[in-house]
Design a protein around this ligand. Structure first.
Ligand code: C5J
Length: 221
């Protein structure tokens, strides 16, 4: 067992029953010309967490934890994209349209791929998802239960959208979730900070929060 000094209180976990869930570290969210940028966002705050995410995955692999990369992407026919999602924002170049990184948020296109530093390795799981939450319309819950995973360590983007949604879904399904605050980011730094507070408030109503250094200290103890 390892114990992380976390908020709102210590987070104990067994690496053998823990997975790192790296949320949507895709070019469509992190790079100019991708979906995030087409929505009008400054992507710079997201790119800054890449080195910490690389460290998190290295730590997970060294500790024998499962690594799961989620990918928000739709099939080429957009059969798994609700019309309401496609219509949102009235974008001139939106989901499914040809953009600077290929068809926006479509599986197999350059933009849907992971940033070069965070390419999946042999033994990792890649989970494509059509929604914000990684449990929605995927086999994630069955996969985690099959692997005996009870604890989830979260990084990725964006903190208040896909990361928080997935943490809330995980919480309702009985998983113990820890948010690595410097391995996640938002286009809106204030939303990132607010999400961390929402997660840990009320005795950890969604889960726990800690820095990567806190996790590394716990793992080296
Ligand atoms: C968004 C995500 N923000 N991965 N997706 O649309 O958070």
């Amino acid at each position: 067992m390892k114990t992380v000094k976390a908020r709102p209180y210590d987070y104990p976990f067994d690496p053998a029953h823990t997975a790192v869930v790296m949320i949507d570290m895709q070019r469509d969210f992190l790079e100019p010309g991708g979906f995030g940028a087409l929505l009008g966002n400054d992507v710079a705050p997201l790119a800054r967490i890449v080195p910490a995410c690389v460290r998190l995955l290295a730590l997970a692999r060294a500790q024998g934890m499962k690594v799961i990369h989620t990918q928000e992407a739709h099939d080429p026919l957009l059969a798994d994209c609700p019309p309401a999602k496609k219509a949102r924002g009235h974008l001139a170049c939106g989901i499914g349209d040809p953009g600077p990184l290929g068809r926006v948020l479509v599986a197999g296109e350059p933009g849907a791929g992971f940033v070069p530093e965070l390419q999946p390795r042999l033994g990792d799981i890649v989970l494509r998802k059509p929604g914000k939450g990684a449990f929605h319309a995927t086999g994630l819950d069955a996969m985690l239960r099959g692997l005996g995973i009870t604890h989830l360590l979260f990084g990725g983007v964006t903190t208040e959208v896909c990361v928080q949604t997935t943490m809330r879904e995980a919480n309702d399904r009985g998983y113990e979730s820890l948010l690595l605050t410097d391995c996640s980011a938002s286009y809106f730094p204030a939303f990132h900070a607010a999400t961390v507070e929402m997660v840990v408030a009320q005795g950890g109503i969604v889960g726990w929060a800690a820095t990567l250094a806190d996790l590394e200290t716990a793992c080296s103890a």
